[in-house]
Structure formats: C-alpha cells, structure tokens
Design a protein around this ligand. Structure first.
Ligand code: R5P
Length: 300
C-alpha cells in the first residue's frame, strides 16, 4: 500500500516537474487508477475466482457436480458401497466431485484432473439428529488436498439451525482468507415443505452469511428461489426417480436459472450411470432437450 502510494506521488512529481503540464498529470492519474488499481483488484481475487472457475465452467457459466458425499451420514449407501468402482468411470464426465476428505484420499486417483469440493461438515449419522452438525475438516486439509471449494450444510427450521448457520459464518470467514469458495448445502426442517418459500429462505440466508454458491432442491416456482439468491445455485437431485423425470427436473432448473447440478443418487443409482451423467451434461452445458438427453442416456 505504502509502495503504491509512494510510486503514485513520484508520478505526480514527475509529471509536474518534467512536463509542468496539467494535461500530462491528468493522463498519469488516469493510467494509475485504471490500470494499476484494477490490476491489483484482479490479483487479489485471483485465487477464489480461479478455484470457482474449476467448479463452475467459465465457458458456459454452469457446472455438473457429482455428489458422492452421502456416506458421511448414511454409511455405505446403495450405489456407493464401492465408491471407487462407481465414481471412476464417471470422472471424465464430471466438472467437480462433492466428496469427503476420507473418500478423496482412498478412492480418487490423484492424477485425475477433476476438481474437488470437499464436504467439511458432519457429526450425526442417520440414526441421530441430522442438524447436529459441526465442521469436521480444516481449511489446511482442504488446501493440502488441492480442493477447489469446501461445502457444509445449514439446517434451516431444524433444532440446530442457529449453530449450523453460525458455523457457516465461521467457515466463510476462514475460507475467504485463503481464497477458498464455500458452498452452502441447504437442508430444511423435517416438517417443512420443500417449497419455494422455505428453500428461498434457506438459500438467501446462505448467501447473506457469505456462501459463494448454494445447493438446494428443485421445487415448483424454482425461479423464485433463484431470484432471491444473488449467488449461483446448483440443484441437488434428491431421491432416485425415473431417468426421464430427473432429466426433466434438470432442464426445468436450468431454464429457471440454476447454474448447474450437484447430483448424486439420480446418477450413480441409475441403471446406466455414465449415460445418465452424459445426458445431464448435455442439458446443463449444451442446452439439449429432454428427449435428446434421454436418447444419450439410453445408449449403453
Ligand atoms: C446431502 O446432504 C448430500 O450432501 C448430497 O450431496 C445431496 O443430497 C445431493 O445428492 P442427491 O442428488 O443424491 O440428493
């Protein structure tokens, strides 16, 4: 800062003494503010923007994230009993894996060029109170694993709502120091409908607290959720549904403003996971119709 100020003062002196012309001085001031300060801003934002661009692809402004973090509270769930076997053939079609550090270390080939968004929250299993989560993985670990982002859940309308939202605030404050974008995964209380009203509430809170992008479920009037949330939203797939319905839901979400998907079960529990992720990609990145995408899925 002082060096910058010093060189700026030198420039003023130089312009006044040598040229003694107000016009030259004006030009130098203009160049300084528009070139130097803009460049500095760019450098300061490089880390976080570079990481984000490894998740949300700049070419389309969208992403196909593959969510395989389910084991952090569900254990060896259907389709992910052998995570390495399931995920390896899907990696070439994936922009970013949403995954825990344990599965990254043990199941992902480090030579792979897929980016990783690390799930860094956890605590309870499916047998306990799901909202009782805390941060489980350090930022240092995320950096060591070359993560492009970190993600955690907030539970709006659930018993530990306040703690999970406060935890998000703490994670964002620490992550921003290292240029690490934070994904907030929005969960809502058991008795609340997964509708635009409650999902909007959860997504907006996540953005207000500082999440760089947000994951939520599809709902009727999804565009209202997008409208109320100034950061990119990626759609979670939810429970396994017929492939045609999952493709239709994806197309609707993209049309209504989603920046892509962070989908798990509707890909890895499909009878043709590779076909399904290719079909999802075609919708997200190429604007394929649902029928075109279904054809891609159907090719074995
Ligand atoms: C949920 O908490 C997990 O974080 C999953 O990543 C999320 O549910 C997305 O996976 P799915 O598409 O299977 O719902």
């Amino acid at each position: 800062m002082f060096v910058n100020l010093f060189s700026y003062l030198l420039m003023i002196n130089f312009s006044l003494l040598t040229y003694n012309h107000i016009f030259d001085s004006f030009i130098l001031h203009f160049l300084y503010f528009h070139h130097y300060l803009r460049k500095e801003n760019f450098i300061m934002g490089f880390g976080i923007n570079n990481r984000l661009s490894r998740i949300i692809k700049p070419k389309t402004g969208k992403t196909v994230m593959l969510a395989v973090d389910h084991g952090y509270f569900q254990g060896p769930t259907t389709g992910l009993r052998d995570l390495k076997k399931t995920v390896t053939p899907l990696i070439p079609h994936t922009d970013c894996l949403f995954i825990t550090r344990g599965m990254v270390r043990n199941c992902i080939d480090p030579r792979s060029d897929v980016s990783v968004c690390l799930r860094v929250s956890g605590g309870p299993s499916i047998l306990g109170e799901l909202s009782n989560e805390d941060i489980t993985t350090s930022l240092e670990e995320a950096i060591r694993l070359n993560a492009a982002g970190v993600g955690m859940s907030i539970f709006v309308g659930a018993p530990n709502e306040d703690r999970t939202i406060a935890n998000l605030g703490r994670l964002v404050s620490e992550a921003e120091r290292y240029g690490m974008p934070v994904l907030a995964v929005t969960a809502i209380g058991r008795e609340m409908a997964r509708d635009a009203r409650y999902l909007s509430l959860a997504c907006r809170i996540a953005a207000e607290i500082g999440a760089r992008f947000v994951k939520t479920y599809y709902c009727e009037d999804f565009y209202k959720v997008v409208e109320g949330c100034p950061v990119p939203i990626v759609m979670a797939g939810g429970k396994k549904i017929p492939e045609m319905d999952a493709l239709q839901m994806t197309a609707n979400a993209i049309k209504e403003g989603a920046s892509g998907v962070d989908m798990g079960r509707n890909i890895f529990q499909s009878d043709n996971p590779v076909g399904m992720i290719k079909a999802i990609r075609a919708i997200v990145h190429k604007g394929a119709t649902v029928d075109e995408a279904f054809e891609i899925y159907s090719k074995k």
